[in-house]
Design a protein around this ligand. Structure first.
Ligand SMILES: NC(=O)c1ccc[n+]([C@@H]2O[C@H](COP(=O)([O-])OP(=O)(O)OC[C@H]3O[C@@H](n4cnc5c(N)ncnc54)[C@H](OP(=O)(O)O)[C@@H]3O)[C@@H](O)[C@H]2O)c1
Length: 287
C-alpha cells in the first residue's frame, strides 16, 4: 500500500471534500479521518456518491437564519448539484441572496435546490444565465471545459472557481495542474469575457453549514484572487454577507497559490495534523 492509500475514509463529508481525488484516480482510495474531523472515528467505509441527505441534515440541525438586510441581494447561479453547491448555496440563501441551482441532471438540481432553499433550479445554462455571480462547483478537470461551453453566457459575469485540482500519488497529495498554472486561469482563458475569481476552495464544505463561521473569536477569513476590480468587490461583499472576512490575495496569477495551499492543508489534514498550527503570527511570539 502506498502512502496515499494508507488512510480510511469515514464519512460522506470527508468523501465529498475529496471528490476530485475520486474523479482523477478512478479507484477507491481510502484515507484516514484526522482526529478533529466530524465523523465516526477510524472505521473504513466503502466509497459512494456524496450525500445531499447529509448536507440537508446538517443545515436542518443548524437551522436556516435569513439575513434581514436585502439591500445587497445578489442573484447567484450554481453550476453543479453536489456538496459544495448545496452547502455554499445554502449559506448564500441564508444570507438573503437568490440562488438558482443548475445541473446536468434536472432531478439532482431540484433536490439540491430543495436543500439550499433556492429560488429555482434548472440546467447548467439556466444557472449561468441567472447569476450576477456564478459558482462553478464541479470537478476541477471539468471546470475549464464547462466554462468554455458556457463562455458566451458567462461574459460580463463574476464566475467563482472553488475547485481543488488534487490527486493522491505515491508522493502524497499532488496538484494535477503541476502548480505553475491554476484551474481558475484555465477557466479565464476558456471564457475571456467572464470575470473569474478563485475563492471558497480552502474549507471543507461542512463549514458552510454553520450559521456564522467563527473560530477562536474571529470570523472565518475567506481568501480570494481575481483580476477584475468589480468581481473582487462583488465577492468581498458576498463573503461579508455570510458573516466572514474577505481576504484579498491579489490577481488571478496567484490563484495557483490558493490551490497549492488547499493541497498542502488537505494533505496535512489527512495525515492527522492541523495545517493552521503551522501559521502562528509574530504577535504570538510577543513581537
Ligand atoms: N466538498 C468539499 O468539501 C470541497 C471543498 C473545497 C473545494 N471543493 C471543490 O469543489 C468542487 C465540487 O466539489 P463537490 O464536493 O461539490 O463535488 P460533488 O459533490 O462530487 O459534485 C460535483 C458536481 O459536479 C457535477 N459534474 C461532474 N462532472 C461534470 C461535468 N463534466 N459537467 C457538468 N457538471 C459536472 C456533478 O454532476 P453529476 O451528479 O451529474 O455527476 C455534481 O453535480 C470540486 O472541484 C472540489 O474539489 C470541494
Amino acid at each position: 500500500m502506498t502512502p496515499s492509500q494508507r488512510f480510511a475514509i469515514t464519512s460522506n463529508a470527508m468523501r465529498a471534500w475529496q471528490s476530485d481525488v475520486y474523479a482523477t484516480s478512478g479507484r477507491p482510495v481510502s484515507f484516514s479521518m484526522p482526529p478533529s474531523c466530524p465523523g465516526d472515528g477510524h472505521r473504513a467505509v466503502c466509497i459512494g456518491p456524496p450525500s445531499v441527505a447529509g448536507v440537508r441534515h446538517r443545515i436542518a440541525e443548524h437551522g436556516i437564519h435569513r439575513s434581514r438586510d436585502r439591500s445587497s441581494t445578489m442573484r447567484i447561479g450554481i453550476l453543479g448539484t453536489g456538496s459544495m453547491a448545496a452547502t455554499l448555496g445554502g449559506a448564500w440563501a441564508r444570507a438573503g441572496h437568490q440562488v438558482l441551482v443548475g445541473g446536468r441532471d434536472r432531478a439532482a438540481a431540484a433536490a439540491a435546490a430543495g436543500v439550499v432553499g433556492a429560488a429555482g433550479h434548472g440546467g447548467l445554462a439556466d444557472a449561468a444565465a441567472y447569476g450576477d455571480v456564478v459558482l462553478a462547483a464541479v470537478p476541477a478537470d471539468a471546470a475549464p471545459e464547462l466554462t468554455k461551453h458556457l463562455a458566451e453566457t458567462l461574459a460580463g459575469r463574476t464566475v467563482i472557481d472553488c475547485t481543488n485540482p488534487v490527486a493522491p500519488t505515491d508522493e502524497g497529495l499532488m496538484l494535477t495542474t503541476g502548480g505553475m498554472s491554476s484551474v481558475a486561469r484555465r477557466m479565464a482563458d476558456a471564457a475571456p469575457g467572464a470575470h473569474v475569481v478563485k475563492a471558497f476552495n480552502l474549507c471543507h464544505e461542512s463549514i458552510w453549514t454553520l450559521p456564522r463561521p467563527e473560530f477562536e473569536d474571529a470570523a472565518l477569513a475567506v481568501p480570494y484572487c481575481a483580476d477584475d476590480a468589480g468581481a473582487r468587490e462583488q465577492v468581498a461583499a458576498l463573503i461579508t454577507s455570510m458573516g466572514c472576512t474577505p481576504l484579498p490575495c491579489g490577481g488571478l496569477a496567484r490563484a495557483a497559490y490558493l490551490e497549492a495551499t488547499a493541497a498542502f492543508a488537505i494533505g496535512a489534514w489527512w495525515s492527522g495534523a492541523q495545517a493552521r498550527f503551522a501559521f502562528p503570527t509574530p504577535g504570538q511570539a510577543g513581537v
